[in-house]
Design a protein around this ligand. Structure first.
Ligand SMILES: [Fe+2]
Length: 252
């Protein structure tokens, strides 16, 4: 088993990152150092994390989902059915608008562009509701880390042409995050839901928030209608977009 990368480590928190699956998904494990309680964000491979946490004496207490796309929830069932751990699974209730309704989920229900506080061990995080990529997408912020899922990638932002996606809401969510970012102190690391290439050809999986704020193409475009409208990554002409159009036609 290739071990996950330790991307943040101090007296109170450790964050591990691992790219899993063929969609370049980035999984993140948050560990409270004092209590050894852990939370996995967007698990692609449940047994991988079960083994890793057992080996390191971490207690998987929770699973947090940025959103309910298949490639972000694939590993949840294995963790729910684990004989070692019995984690609580959390997701925002607006994800039900795109048909996600697993019976074991405990739903967040706060309004769009607001946040709720969640705790793992002695670590506190804010859970920000940032719709656009999906109806109930959330971003986790706290303890020097911003787990941005498919709302905000390091170069750009997530596509909005899948079922439940909304480009206007995505733009409003990025504006909301921009405001939230101005209130965060200290050094923070942004970790997105996928490892994608930057314009310079590099493929980092972690970036300092200050660099994201000053270089992200979507954040740079949100105040300008023409720039926003010309962003190339909000929609794609591919099979997933065609499937979303069929799903929308069935729903209407
Ligand atoms: Fe997604």
């Amino acid at each position: 088993m290739k071990l996950p990368k330790l991307i943040l480590s101090n007296d109170i928190i450790q964050v591990y990152q691992k790219q899993l699956g063929q969609w370049d998904n980035l999984n993140h494990l948050i560990v409270c150092r004092k209590t050894k309680k852990a939370c996995i964000v967007d698990p692609f491979d449940g047994s991988f994390w079960e083994d890793f946490c057992q080996d390191n004496n971490f207690q998987i207490e929770q699973v947090w989902l940025t959103h309910s796309h298949w490639d972000h929830i694939k590993g949840v069932e294995a963790l729910v059915n684990s004989t070692v751990f019995s984690p609580v699974v959390r997701c925002h209730e607006l994800e039900q608008q795109r048909g996600y309704n697993a019976e074991y989920v405990q739903w967040w229900s706060h309004n769009e562009h607001s946040f709720e506080t969640c705790v793992i061990g002695e670590l506190e995080f804010s859970v920000h509701c940032t719709p656009g990529h999906t109806p109930g997408h959330v971003v986790f912020i706290g303890n020097g880390i911003v787990i941005s899922g498919d709302c905000l990638f390091l170069r750009s932002c997530g596509r909005t042409d899948l079922l439940g996606g909304d480009a206007g809401k995505q733009r409003a969510s990025l504006k909301y995050l921009q405001t939230i970012f101005t209130h965060i102190s200290g050094t923070n690391l942004v970790v997105p839901g996928h490892q994608y290439q930057l314009q310079d050809g590099t493929t980092p999986t972690v970036m300092e928030l200050s660099k994201v704020i000053n270089s992200n193409e979507a954040l740079m475009a949100i105040e300008d209608d023409d720039k926003w409208a010309s962003l190339p990554f909000l929609s794609f002409d591919d099979d997933l977009a065609a499937k979303a159009r069929r799903q929308e036609a069935q729903q209407s």
